[in-house]
Design a protein around this ligand. Sequence first.
Ligand SMILES: Cc1cc2nc3c(=O)[nH]c(=O)nc-3n(C[C@H](O)[C@H](O)[C@H](O)COP(=O)(O)OP(=O)(O)OC[C@H]3O[C@@H](n4cnc5c(N)ncnc54)[C@H](O)[C@@H]3O)c2cc1C
Ligand code: SF4
Length: 486
Amino acid sequence: MADPKGFLQHGREVAQSRPVAERVKDWNEVYVPGSLLPIISKQASRCMDCGIPFCHNGCPLGNLIPEWNDFAYREDWTAAAERLHATNNFPEFTGRLCPAPCETACVLGINQPPVTIKNVEVSIIDKAWENGTVAPQAPERLSGKTVAVIGSGPAGLAAAQQLTRAGHTVAVYERADRIGGLLRYGIPEFKMEKRHINRRIEQMRAEGTKFRTGVEVGRDIDAAKLCKRYDAVVIAAGATTARDLPVPGRELGGIHQAMEYLPYSNKVQEGDYVTPPISAEGKHVVVIGGGDTGADCVGTAHRQGALSVTQLEIMPRPGDERSDNQPWPTFPMLYKVTSAHEEGGERIYSASTSHFEGDEDGNVQWLHLTEVEFVDGKITPREGTERKIPAQLVTLAMGFTGTDQDNGLVEQFGLELDARGNIARDTSFQTNVPGVFVAGDAGRGQSLIVWAIAEGRSAARGVDRYLAGTSDLPAPIRPTDRPLTV
Ligand SMILES: Cc1cc2nc3c(=O)[nH]c(=O)nc-3n(C[C@H](O)[C@H](O)[C@H](O)COP(=O)(O)OP(=O)(O)OC[C@H]3O[C@@H](n4cnc5c(N)ncnc54)[C@H](O)[C@@H]3O)c2cc1C
Ligand code: SF4
C-alpha cells in the first residue's frame, strides 16, 4: 500500500493547464509541461489499496491501479510502467484522453474527491518513455501464421501488438494516409500530440508489425483476396458513419460533419496544408452536439480564430452532482467543462435545430432553433421559443451510426450485423465468418478509446486461440460488457 494516511493528508490536485490566452494561440497539449511529476507521488499516496478496488471494475481494461499507485508513490517508475503495460498497450493514449470511469468508481470518491488515477497513469508512462524503458518486445519465435488487421485505430493497434507479440505475422491495413484512426484524424493535437502515436508505431514496427497505409479493404483489395492471403482477419474499421441532420437548408455551403472538419486541422499540424480547407477563421460557428466530438470542434474553432462559437445540445443541461439514480460507483452523466469550454463560447441546452437559412450564394448564415422539452417521453418543441443565431460554419457532431457499409467490406466478407447495425460477433469476437474477427467501434458501436483497446486485446486472444488452439493472451472484456450503469 502507498501511504496509509495519504488520503487524510493530501487533497486531490490535477494537472495544471496553461493560461487560455496562451494556449489558444497554439496547438500543443493544454497542460503545463512537467507540472504533474512534482505532485504525483503525493497524489498516488491517496490510494487506499482497497480490499475490493472498485477502480478495477470501472476500468474496461482491468488496470492494476492500486499496484501502480504504490510504485508511483515510491517513484519506482520502471515497476509502475511494467504493471501499467500488463493490462494496457497504450497508457499514454488513455492517460490523456480517457474520461476515467475508474475515477468515478474509486472508493475514495464516496466521501472525498477520488484518486487522480488518470494523471498518475500518464505520469508513469511519460516517465517510462523519458527513461528509455519502453522497449520493443519482439516474439522469441514465430508461429508461421499470418493475420490481417483492418483499421489502425486503438482497437486495431492493440490487436496487432498482442498478436505480433504472440508470434504471428501481422499486417495492418489502413485506408487513411497515416496510422492511428481517430487518434490521428479526429482527436485534436491540443488533446493529444501525435508524437505519442508515432513513438508507438516505431515500437510496433520494431516488434515486427507491418503497416500498409492508403489501402481500403473492400475497394483497393477485396475480402476474398485478403482471406486467401491471411490465416485470420481482424476487422477494426471503427464506426465512421456519421448521423446527419435532415432539416431544410442542410444542403447549404458551410455545413459539415465534424469528421469532415476536424481532420483538416490535424493535417495542418502534420504539414500537409498551410491553412485548412474548412476553417472557422472570422466566422460565427455553431457546433451541433454536446459530446466529446462537439467539444473538439469548439476547441479547434477557437484556435482558428472564430468570431463566436456556440454549441447546441438537444438534451437538458446535466447536473453538477450525482443524482439519486446515478449513485457511486456508476459512471454519472455530469455537466462537464472540457479544456475547450474553458476557452470560451456559449453552450445552449434543450435546443433543437429547425432549419438553416443561407445567403444568395447558397452559404449558411443563420441557424433557426427551438427550445425543447420532454413531454410523455418525447422531445417536443416549446411554442414561441423559435429564434435564430448567426452561423457561417456549422459542424454536425451528433454521433455515429455504425461501420462504413459503402466500401463493400461488410458485403464482401458476408458479415451479419446485430440489431444495432454493428458487426455481430460471438463470445470470442469471431464474426459469422470463421477466422474473421471484429474489435472496437465496428463491433461495439461508437464508444471510447479504453473500450477499443480492451476489445483489441480480447479479440487478439480469440484469434490466437483460433490459430494455435490455445492462448495465453488476456481477454479483459466480453463483447456484451457495458459500462457500469444503474
Ligand atoms: C472527434 C472525436 C473525438 C473523440 N474523443 C475521444 C476522447 O477524448 N476519449 C475517448 O475515449 N474517446 C474519444 N472518441 C472516441 C474514440 O476515438 C473511438 O471510440 C475509438 O477511436 C474507436 O477505436 P477503433 O479502433 O474501433 O476505431 P477508429 O479509431 O475509428 O479507427 C478505425 C480505422 O479504420 C480505418 N478503416 C475503416 N474502414 C477501413 C477499410 N475498409 N480498410 C482500411 N481501413 C479502414 C479508418 O480509416 C480508421 O483509421 C472520440 C471520437 C471522435 C470522433
Ligand atoms: S478504488 Fe480508489 S482508493 Fe481504492 S484501490 Fe482503487 S484507486 Fe485506490
